[in-house]
Design a protein around this ligand. Structure first.
Ligand SMILES: [Zn+2]
Length: 190
């Protein structure tokens, strides 16, 4: 983390006030390899601990996408990150508050989860678009099969339909939106 000193206990002293939530505590984040008691560094406490969510350090347990609000800031969440505190309390916060906490270990986990979610969404979107292309082609197969292939013309083996079939076969996540758009345009002009 830029401009942050790591002390001999493996703790990152951020030296910033959590003004947004008016906690007025200088908080400390924890390297994921460390699990040192916050009391070791005097009054500096993790912002989750300062708000009564349980003692640091925290262990990530799981995430879910059930609706809820962040137990730290009260904002509505798309994803809840469930944490266990060192003194056995269980609570959930949003990824924004994980970031705001400066807790390196938790941030790494939250980032990895966010990347995983984004990947899953992209795959889901890809599958939806492939299904849409297939449905449109099926629905308009008669008209598409009667139109010439852009390179080979209309032959026994080639038609506009087979051209789209071929494009779909080679289509990846990045170009499926273009293919779908082109197909819709072609259909609207048939
Ligand atoms: Zn929050």
């Amino acid at each position: 983390m830029q401009g942050v000193e790591k002390n001999t206990l493996g703790l990152y002293l951020l030296g910033v006030e959590n003004k947004e939530n008016k906690m007025n505590v200088t908080f400390t984040s924890y390297d994921k390899a460390q699990s040192t008691d916050a009391s070791l560094i005097g009054k500096e406490v993790h912002m989750f601990e300062a708000s009564g969510l349980g003692k640091a350090p925290y262990k990530f347990t799981y995430y879910d996408d059930l609706k809820g609000t962040c137990q730290y800031c009260g904002h509505n969440l798309h994803y809840r990150f469930w944490l266990n505190s060192a003194d056995g309390k269980t609570f959930h916060v949003g990824s924004d508050c994980v970031l705001r906490s400066g807790d390196e270990g938790l941030i790494k986990i939250a980032d990895a989860i966010k990347a995983k979610i984004a990947k899953e969404r992209a795959l889901e979107r890809f599958k939806e678009q492939v299904a849409e292309v297939k449905n449109l082609m099926k629905e308009h197969s008669g008209l598409l099969s009667a139109q010439p292939h852009p390179y080979y013309g209309l032959t026994e083996k080639h038609s506009l339909y087979t051209s789209f079939e071929n494009s779909l076969y080679w289509s990846g996540k990045s170009n499926i939106p273009k293919l779908l758009k082109r197909l819709k345009e072609v259909i609207s002009n048939l």
